[in-house]
Write a protein that binds this ligand. Sequence first.
Ligand code: Z5A
Length: 215
Amino acid sequence: MSRGAFITLEGIEGAGKSTVAQWLGEWLGAHGLIVRLTREPGGTELAERVRRIVLERGREQVSAQAETLLMFAARAIHLDNLIRPALAAGEWVLSDRFTDATRAYQGGGRGVDPQWIDTLAAHVHADLVPTCTLLLDLPVALGLQRARARRGETDRFEAETEAFFERIRAAYLSLARCEPHRFRIIDASAPVAAVREQVAAALAPWLESSRGASR
Ligand code: Z5A
């Protein structure tokens, strides 16, 4: 059985994560890997229901603390029902966002205590850290321009200010600096083909070791 890997995609809104995830799933599949494409918040039926609750612009106030707990509630469901079983079966799990999004959005963006986020992460998935995190980095103005060109109704995050997304970008870059062995920073302002090349190069070592394990 080939060894699975847990790849996460991160970045601000409009960075191109969904675009990369779609292509990457096919590219890894063409290399003979079984790939599970998923996202956060969400990924399973129940976690997708939590996603709707956390993204909708309802009348009640949702504090940054409540938002953080909802993210981890969805994550715990996602881990139990999809991520851990898929990894145990030797699959590659490709997740559009994971705990670094909580660190960047709720921590960096909303000012939630980073130690509290780390404590929650330790309780929910002390056993599991992504194999590799691809941080799609680009200027906030470009990300928002791309997202707005495509947008329908705005959710609670999309309605935020440019300053909010600047804090998130800075938080992501700081996380990447703290864990350079796990993060790969991708220049997401480049054209799609160039982004794909960077992603393929970043994942080449893990692809090779997964192949080695199945030989
Ligand atoms: N959130 C949180 O706060 N805390 C958490 O712990 C988690 C999440 C897990 C989820 O919404 C929200 O939840 C998210 C953070 C928060 N909110 N925000 N902002 P989501 O998953 O629906 O939103 P998103 O992650 O920001 O997705 P997005 O806006 O769809 O961005 P994307 O997936 O990175 O981009 P895309 O859809 O691939 O591309 C956007 C457009 O740009 C599209 O028209 C593409 O065709 C185009 N594109 C993509 N790449 C390129 C290149 N290279 N060149 C030119 N054009 C491109």
